[in-house]
Design a protein around this ligand. Structure first.
Ligand code: FUB
Length: 308
């Protein structure tokens, strides 16, 4: 039972620690959390904010993976994926999400493209939720030139979230300023059909899809500093009805980024804030987990951030 205590340490071997309240990881910065429930475990994937003070910009070279069976005792596994593991990428390990299909784990990530201006979405694959992961295509799945008809900005193709509907059809949602979705082929590494814009009020970035009962939920970061808002629909393809704010500002961070999961019968809201960095938390962020509760009509109660 090794305790990770060194600040900024990146695990070479499995390293176990007990999360003593929020944030979960206190010995390094972990941003843009995505979570996967698989078997009796939660796997948490997060980019590692490295920006050394007093610099103020994103410096994120790789993602980390952690696992837990009880949301208290966590294991950090060796680094599963770096932005430059995609040889067509310049770097920048921005937000991502992992999903399992037919025993393989597909990791959709945001990176900066070497040859095509702006951000792109890549997909890596592994036989294990803790990796190692390898580029599944050898090229980007979504590039900026595929969406220029909707927006001229070069950072709109970020923050992928992936969802497999009850009929087996997989969908990729993503976006900044403009939200998009597209179907994925069964092989999970090719788009299957057109890119469709999704209309959401005050959408900034960080879409996350989840389903509970007959309701689909599309939560997302809104405005700056970011709040998490959400919309509901009876269909994954919409129309989406805006339902309001789910989480107020993530103190001391200009961004927030959420994952929503059901684990052992309870629902959880996983997000980041700047809570352990008094100066410049926006680029040195930390992952937190709080309980998520629903109203009888399916709407979600506002999440209260805790330090417990
Ligand atoms: O971490 C880089 C970017 O900041 C993410 O892709 C966005 O969601 C925001 O959190």
């Amino acid at each position: 039972f090794a305790l990770a205590t060194s600040w900024g340490l990146s695990a070479q071997n499995d390293t176990t620690f007990v999360a003593n309240g929020n944030p979960i990881v206190k010995y390094k910065y972990t941003a843009d959390p995505a979570a996967l429930v698989h078997g009796d475990k939660v796997y948490l994937y997060a980019g590692e904010d490295e920006c050394p003070p007093p610099k103020e910009h994103y410096l994120i070279n790789h993602w980390n993976v952690f696992s837990t069976s009880d949301l208290k005792t966590w294991t950090e596994h060796p680094i599963p994926l770096k932005a430059t593991d995609f040889n067509w990428a310049r770097g920048e390990a921005w937000a991502s999400q992992v999903i399992e299909r037919d025993g393989k784990f597909y990791w959709y990530v945001t990176v900066e493209h070497k040859a095509i201006r702006g951000k792109s979405i890549g997909v890596a694959v592994s036989d294990s939720p803790i990796g190692p992961f390898v580029d599944a295509r050898g090229s980007a799945l979504v590039t900026n030139d595929m969406t220029t008809q909707y927006t001229q900005i070069s950072w709109d193709d970020i923050d992928p979230t992936v969802f497999i509907d009850d009929d087996g059809q997989a969908y990729l949602f993503w976006g900044n300023t403009q939200c998009y979705y597209a179907k994925l082929k069964k092989n999970m590494i090719e788009l299957d059909g057109p890119i469709v814009p999704v209309s959401l009020p005050r959408f900034t970035e960080a879409p996350w899809i989840h389903k509970r009962g007959d309701w689909y939920y599309l939560s997302y970061a809104s405005e700056f500093p970011e709040k998490i808002c959400y919309a509901m629909s009876r269909s994954i393809t919409g129309p989406w009805e805006y339902k309001g704010i789910l989480n107020e500002l993530a103190g001391n961070s200009n961004t927030n980024h959420q994952a929503i999961i059901e684990f052992k019968g309870d629902w959880y809201f996983i997000y980041h804030n700047g809570s352990i960095n008094p100066t410049g938390g926006s680029f040195r962020r930390s992952t937190c987990i709080d309980r998520l509760y629903y109203n009888e009509d399916g709407t979600m109660k506002r999440v209260q951030m805790t330090t417990e």
